[in-house]
Design a protein around this ligand. Structure first.
Ligand code: IMP
Length: 429
């Protein structure tokens, strides 16, 4: 069928940007289906670095790019990202970018609430990006969201905003935060509408037409499986389903159209924000991985927590997400380490378990069980064929494949697009 879904299988920041870019050259359309501008995708093309949050990565190469209904869209952030990317020489027009008319909007009140709630949570903070993602999804399932299509009807927009604001002001009062004004929000939306509406489309229909012309669709996930609202480390998660199961509902294609599911996975583990992280390293090795891997959040600039590869979590992500194969990224960051560890199970009350427990107090009790592997001195950076990899690096990859029960389809050996080893072409399957 030729469609591919790219999803993170850890806690996000796995290097999806580069892989999506690499695949987008072979795709006719790139579609975002969940998340919002909490995502941070970096892509390096020659001497240019592009940092995108809400725009599908396809826009950089002029590939038709779609923001699906499952995405929560901050219209101001969208326009400012379009402007920013224009200054880098990428012209985004309504011919290249389409926005689902039924996507829910993120309003300024959502980020106010997001931040106020985090502040009020003290040590129980989730460590959100503060972009209003959670409150916007809450409004969507609470059936009071303002959607992109509401911008076409200023007469009913005011009433909808009033309803939403009544709900939020009650919450803001409770949190001791300043209330918001419905008329001001409505006026701001009416003002921005003419700039947003040219991008809108009936996305399910567009994708249906594309499918009938046998074009290749690339679905671009954001965040990672361990941040999935159902399957992740709840409540320390984002507010959308990040797994490939959401491709269908988040873009308006049937489940049969998802195609090959490619899980993006770092050769070690990182996490930004709060929440459990069994293999986290608090020593100089963790620090060295963070420094070498330049592990700072694209959106918030926060230092990412770093740790050993956790095969239990990745295997779980592969099973719940129906992942066919993985793209292993940042192997070169491990060059030069004497010993590498892989977590193969968790010890809990004297027993070994092979899954991450859902019960929060048990999550605090589990101890990772490690297998040790020899490291390597040789550089793997920039390798473009299997032959250029040393024996220990290959052993490390093979062991990961065994433990996670999925093959490595792609290996990325630097941020540059061509520093990639293709084992299995996801579009050809
Ligand atoms: P929210 O998505 O802003 O609500 O944040 C919820 C959690 O998801 C926090 O721990 C964030 O750090 C994390 N998160 C959200 N987006 C990303 C991402 O793109 N990469 C990594 N972590 C993310």
């Amino acid at each position: 069928m030729g469609n591919v879904a790219v999803v993170g299988v850890q806690w996000g920041d796995e290097g999806k940007g580069k892989v999506v870019d690499w695949l987008s050259v072979r795709a006719d359309v790139v579609v975002r289906f969940q998340g919002g501008h909490n995502a941070g995708h970096t892509l390096v093309v020659g001497d240019q670095t592009y940092k995108l949050s809400l725009l599908p990565l396809g826009v950089v190469r002029g590939t038709l790019s779609i923001i699906g209904n499952g995405v929560v869209v901050d219209p101001w952030a969208l326009l400012s990202e379009i402007d920013k990317i224009r200054t880098q020489g990428v012209n985004i027009t309504p011919d290249v970018l389409k926005l689902a008319e039924n996507a829910a909007l993120i309003l300024p009140v959502h980020s106010v609430l997001d931040k106020a709630r985090e502040e009020a949570s003290g040590s129980a903070k989730i460590g959100t990006t503060g972009r209003g993602i959670g409150p916007a999804y809450e409004d969507k399932v609470g059936r009071r969201a303002i959607r992109v299509c509401d911008l076409t009807d200023p007469d009913s927009l005011g009433c909808k905003v009033e309803k939403l604001v009544a709900h939020h002001n009650a919450l803001l009062r409770g949190l001791g935060a300043a209330e918001v004004n419905a008329k001001e929000i409505t006026a701001a939306l009416i003002e921005i509408a003419p700039k947003i509406l040219p991008y809108t489309a009936v996305v399910w229909q567009l994708l249906n037409d594309i499918r009938h012309t046998r074009k290749r669709i690339l679905f671009e996930g954001a965040q990672g499986a361990m941040l999935d609202v159902d399957h992740g480390t709840y409540p320390y998660v984002t507010s959308s389903n990040t797994v490939a199961g959401n491709v269908a509902t988040g873009s308006g294609v049937g489940p049969s159209q998802v195609g090959y599911v490619l899980g993006i996975c770092k050769a070690y583990t990182t996490r930004v924000g709060a929440g459990p992280f069994p293999t986290e390293l608090f020593d100089e090795i963790g620090e060295a991985i963070g420094d070498k891997g330049r592990e700072f959040g694209t959106v918030t600039g926060r230092r990412r927590r770093c740790g050993w590869f956790d095969a239990v979590l990745v295997r779980q992500a592969i099973k719940v997400g129906g992942v066919h194969g993985i793209a292993l990224t940042k192997l070169d960051i491990l060059d030069g380490f004497k010993e590498l560890k892989i977590c193969t199970g968790y010890s809990l009350n004297g027993e070994i378990i092979k899954h991450f427990p859902a019960v929060e107090h048990l999550q605090g009790k589990i101890e990772p069980v490690y297998e040790s592997m020899p490291g390597w001195d040789e550089s793997t950076q920039g390798a473009r064929s299997w032959k250029e990899l040393n024996a220990n690096a290959i052993k490390y990859i093979r062991r990961i494949e065994e433990l996670i029960e999925a093959p490595v389809a792609l290996l990325s050996t630097s941020p540059q697009r061509d520093d990639t080893i293709l084992v299995q072409d996801p579009f050809a399957i």
